[in-house]
Write a protein that binds this ligand. Structure first.
Ligand SMILES: *Cc1c(COP(=O)(O)O)cnc(C)c1O
Length: 427
């Protein structure tokens, strides 16, 4: 595969952009090698600057659930652009998207639109702290909630330890209110919450973890979260930036029947343009400015192009049979990859909720960050590069999800499975 142009661009990029990329995982650091520069994308495929094409299972890290450049969305964006790209004043489009979100996730009685998932999470945490008049927050090891200071705290040193910042530039003072607990561990959660009774404003969780690979919740885990947060006067925040409109139209909260107090959305609701959202019960959301004292604002919030892309994407997702098709295709891919690994004697632990797919190179089981970390990342890197060179684009990291879109055909999936057979055979 010819990659000269990508290599040349990468060395140019490194002169003017830190590490050559505008978001770290794009740089292929954990799998080695150099990133491919993308020229365009259509349907299930990415096309790079050297003229290579790839069947894409990253899908811009989740948003492109319809596939790339879907005709209806692109047309709507073009029409919206012709009417001006930003007004700094309210539009009817924003009401429409907020109502579509509320209809899909009834727990989001009121919705505030922002421009990224990071921004939405940060704002929701501020709101939870204001509402409960408490400072502490609890997150789970291996869950990602954007790059705001106090959420970069990971665990590492046990249940009762306060989060230690492992990112330079984040003062310890900022993370001293962040507790971390292992995912799927009800006992640890109970102990931690009891120990910090009346100090914690909220628990924030990815109801299906998608940033340590895919780790589904145990049924008891989400139920315990709801019960414990209620009992201790804390808010439960579901970060559904990935799972919202991905595993079902109503997200993980509908799939599992657990109602959070606040929900974060992003990725899919922007249809490939920058959007985030947070929302919840009116009683809580009314504290946000200008109806309340909790300040949060944004020059491009509710941007007409981004909101249009979101509305058109959701319209398509609302049609019957969509999630069944995603489920079928995802199951076919996962089964095929699983069989290929088995035949080659490669230990692979697969996880999947609908079109969120994980595959860990470890005998498993994988239930939290500790067990996910046991995956052999060198073997993953080998798999990644063999697939990439054969024209299949998986995430350049073991600890990310693979996604299916509506544009992936049974033929795409067959050829992916065949390539995986070849890759595993050479291990
Ligand atoms: C991607 C992601 C975010 C951050 O969203 P950005 O738009 O990248 O800021 C937050 N939470 C989860 C669960 C995510 O996957």
């Amino acid at each position: 595969m010819k990659t000269e142009r990508s290599q040349q661009l990468f060395s140019e990029a490194q002169q003017v952009i830190p590490g050559g990329v505008n978001s770290p995982v794009r740089a292929f650091r954990s799998v080695g090698g150099q990133p491919r520069f993308i020229a365009r994308a259509k349907g299930s495929r990415l096309y790079d600057v050297d003229g290579n094409s790839y069947i894409d299972y990253v899908l811009s890290w989740g948003p492109m659930i319809l596939g790339h450049a879907p005709a209806t969305v692109i047309k709507a964006i073009q029409q919206a652009a012709a009417n001006g790209t930003s007004y700094g004043a309210p539009t009817e489009l924003e009401i429409q998207l907020a109502m579509m979100i509320r209809e899909a996730l009834p727990s989001m009685e009121q919705v505030r639109l922002v421009s990224s998932g990071t921004e939405a999470v940060m704002s929701a945490i501020r709101l939870a702290r204001a509402y409960t008049k408490r400072d502490g927050i609890l997150k789970f090891e291996g869950c990602y909630h954007g790059h705001s200071d106090y959420l970069l705290a990971k665990a590492g040193s046990g249940l009762t330890t306060l989060g230690i910042p492992d990112c330079p530039g984040v003062p310890e003072d900022f993370t001293k209110h962040t507790l971390t607990a292992p995912y799927n561990n009800v006992q640890a959660l109970e102990q931690l919450i009891k120990r910090h009774d009346r100090q914690l404003a909220c628990v924030i969780v990815e109801p299906i973890a998608g940033n340590m690979g895919v780790v589904p919740p145990s049924p008891e885990f989400l139920q315990a979260l709801r019960k414990l947060t209620d009992a201790h006067g804390m808010l439960l925040i579901f970060d559904e930036v990935i799972s919202g409109f991905r595993v079902q139209y109503g997200g993980a909260q509908t799939l599992y029947g657990i109602t959070p107090d606040l929900t974060i959305l992003g990725k899919i609701i922007g249809g490939g343009l920058p959007v985030g959202a947070y929302g919840g019960a009116k009683d809580i959301m009314k504290m946000i400015a200008p109806s309340g004292p909790v300040y949060q604002a944004g020059t491009l919030s509710g941007n007409p192009l981004a909101v249009t892309a979101g509305i058109e994407t959701l319209k398509r997702l609302k049609k019957p049979g969509i999630y069944e098709q995603l489920e079928q295709r995802s199951a076919a891919l996962a089964d095929g990859l699983g069989n290929a690994a088995k035949q080659a004697g490669v230990p692979l632990t697969q996880t999947r909720v609908g079109s969120m797919m994980g595959a860990f190179f470890t005998p498993g089981p994988v239930v939290d960050w500790g067990s996910a970390k046991k995956s052999d990342t060198k073997v993953y890197a080998k798999f990644f590069h063999q697939m990439l060179d054969a024209g299949f684009y998986f995430a350049p990291s073991q600890f990310e999800a693979a996604f299916m879109s509506l544009a992936h055909t049974p033929r795409d999936i067959e050829s992916t499975i065949k390539a995986a057979h070849n890759a595993f055979k050479s291990f």
